[in-house]
Each structure stands twice: as C-alpha cells, then as structure tokens.
Design a protein around this ligand. Structure first.
Ligand code: FES
Ligand code: FES
Length: 162
C-alpha cells in the first residue's frame, strides 16, 4: 500500500507494508544512508533518527507507528558545507574511527540538547548509554557532546511539527 511520510521536511510516498521498519524505507526507498543497520533489534543505536524531537531506533519502528510525525535523519541535520553544530563538534573532536556508530551518537546528542541546553555529565552519559561503539571512541564522543553543549549554537534544523 502507499504510505505517506514526512522526512527531512519533505512529504514522500512509498509503497510498503505498514509493518515495514522505518529504517528499511529510509535506506532502500529514499537512499538516506545516514541511519545504519547494526543489530536490527533496537539495541545498538546505529539506526537512530529523530521523530519529532525524540531519538528513536528506526529498525524497531514500523511505518504505522509514525502517524504523520516528522522524521529527521542525519542528512536532514546539516550538509557537508554547513554541518549542524553537533556534527561540527564531532568533527572538531575527531570523535570517529570507523564512524559506524556516529549517526546514532549525533542523533542522540541533538535530541538531548533539544531537551536541555545545559546537560549534566550524568544526563550526557544517560543519553548515550545504550549507543554502542565497537571502536571504543567513547571518550572522544563524550568530549564532543560536552563541546556541543558548551558551544550552545542554535539548532537551525528544519523542524516541521504537525
Ligand atoms: S540497528 Fe537499530 S538499534 Fe541496532
Ligand atoms: S567509531 Fe566505529 S563503531 Fe564507533
């Protein structure tokens, strides 16, 4: 059936079962490969996207659960020329080795900073606690999140709330 979605500020239609995980449609139908397939079980965080302002694991969210709410992927945050402030902080702190986890780390950080612009250390650690990094760059990642919070740059991402 035809399912209408609002992704990165644009209305799109895809042919899919309502039970299809959002991640499959983002990657396979819309060519949005920022969200990564890691575990496919909602456990690693590599597939995270924003639904409204909340970070969710798109491998575990069927299309039917979206109910018209806006989806923002890594691609919707910033561009190579004009990265989102959180992306800039991750780049500045060299918070990547293979980079596979970074989509989820960045999405979780954006969601955190939308909830609170001055998160405590424990709030930062809690926000990233269930995001796995097999390369062990957790220290650089935490440093980048602190830097993004300190910078307090405005989040100019398109936020289309229905
Ligand atoms: S791929 Fe979705 S949480 Fe691991
Ligand atoms: S940088 Fe490789 S999984 Fe995190």
């Amino acid at each position: 059936m035809t399912v209408e979605l609002l992704v990165n500020g644009e209305r799109v239609e895809v042919e899919a079962s309502p039970q299809t995980p959002l991640l499959y449609v983002l990657r396979n139908d819309l060519a949005l490969n920022g969200p990564k397939y890691g575990c496919g079980l909602g456990e690693c965080g590599a597939c995270a996207v924003l639904v409204a302002d909340r970070a969710v694991r798109s491998c575990a969210v069927p299309l039917s659960a979206l109910k018209g709410r806006p989806v923002t992927t890594l691609e919707g945050l910033g561009t190579r020329e004009r990265p989102h402030p959180v992306q800039s902080a991750f780049i500045a702190r060299n918070a990547a080795q293979c980079g596979y986890c970074l989509n989820g780390m960045i999405i979780a950080t954006v969601a955190l900073l939308r909830r609170t612009n001055n998160p405590s250390e424990s709030e930062i650690r809690e926000a990233l606690r269930h995001h796995l990094c097999r390369c062990g760059t957790h220290l650089e990642i935490l440093d980048a999140v602190r830097a993004a919070a300190r910078a307090g740059s405005p989040d100019e991402t398109h936020r289309d709330h229905p």
